[in-house]
Design a protein around this ligand. Structure first.
Ligand code: SF4
Length: 313
């Protein structure tokens, strides 16, 4: 078991040694020239009762976000087909719910899961807290992965979210595992946390057994109207250290570059790939915040001599 002190020692390695170790771990499990493309679709947007300090979808913050009800099935399937045609192999659907309820909304999500799975894509959903029976129903409908981020270390988490507890996150992840779903679980860098909070966040992930199959590492997108709107960006090399440390700790997991890529240069993203990131979200938007878009991502991969993993195009 890796201790927080051992994780901190890895995190603080000189950059050449850190990147060398991360690249070696990456190559032992993955083709370092391939990047998985995933698409994230916001199937119900805004008016969330939770108070996550980074999130423009919380009903508590005045961010000018347009609230949108549950999408129609046809619109979701149209989006999934387009994403597949652009090279995405995973389609993630997110609803701004506190928790799953056994109601018509959940039945609608189950129909979306069936429809996207029938297109031959990996299906992931993120719907807030759920129990093992609901997780089993998602699995039976064809869902492969459930996303539920722990965001940060336990003590820092409780300074950015007051409407639920860190341990509730862990209970949902446990229910997801009981149902035989894969776990996608990561966090956000740049919310005002210290390096030690980041280390404890990674340590929490090492306590999950088995480890998450996907680990999204988000860079905070400060949104006007949220409590974190005025935070300065994390220095690029601090972000790269998080990617590399995650890759060394979780050599067989996907490490996903998620929110915040529009503020990253191509060179920084290339460094992130060298540090072991092997998945990203494509599309012009990531739920409600901007994202580089497929064309930019394809050009970047081409310039780097890299490929989209498993793409049909
Ligand atoms: S992160 Fe999720 S749970 Fe938190 S406010 Fe945003 S939509 Fe709601």
């Amino acid at each position: 078991m890796t201790t927080p002190a051992e994780i901190r020692a890895i995190h603080d390695l000189p950059i050449p040694e850190l990147l060398f170790r991360a690249a070696a771990a990456h190559r032992a499990h993955w083709d370092p020239e391939e990047i998985q493309f995933c698409t994230l679709d916001s199937i119900k947007t805004g008016a969330c009762p939770e108070d996550c300090a980074y999130c423009p979808q919380s009903a508590r913050y005045d961010t000018g976000l347009k609230v949108e009800p549950m999408k129609e099935l046809d619109a979701v399937l149209e989006g999934a087909r387009a994403a597949r045609d652009q090279g995405s192999t995973r389609y993630c659907m997110g609803a701004s719910w506190r928790e799953v309820r056994d109601d018509a909304g959940f039945e609608a999500v189950l129909a979306m899961v069936r429809g996207v799975a029938d297109l031959g894509m990996e299906v992931c959903v993120t719907l807030g807290m759920l129990d093992a029976t609901q997780a089993r129903r998602l699995k039976e409908a064809g869902c492969k992965v459930y996303n539920h981020n722990i965001d940060s270390s336990k003590d820092f988490y409780e300074t950015i979210v007051s409407t639920r507890k860190f341990d509730q996150r862990l209970r949902t992840i446990d229910a997801v595992r009981q149902a035989g779903l894969e776990v996608c679980c990561g966090g956000i860098v740049g919310m005002g946390e210290t390096i030690d909070h980041r280390v404890h966040f990674l340590h929490e992930l090492t306590q999950l057994d088995p480890p998450p199959e996907s680990i999204p590492i988000n860079h905070l997108v400060p949104v006007a109207g949220t409590p974190l709107a005025d935070l300065p960006p994390v220095p690029p090399l601090e972000f790269i250290r998080m990617i590399a440390t995650a890759r060394i700790l979780f050599p067989a997991s996907r490490i996903r570059l998620s929110a915040g890529r529009t503020a990253m240069s191509d060179e920084m993203q290339a460094l992130a790939f060298l540090a072991g990131a092997n998945s990203l979200f494509t599309g012009d938007k990531l739920l409600t915040t901007p994202n580089p878009g497929e064309n930019h991502d394809r050009r970047l991969l081409a310039a780097l001599g890299m490929r989209v993993e498993g793409a049909r195009v």
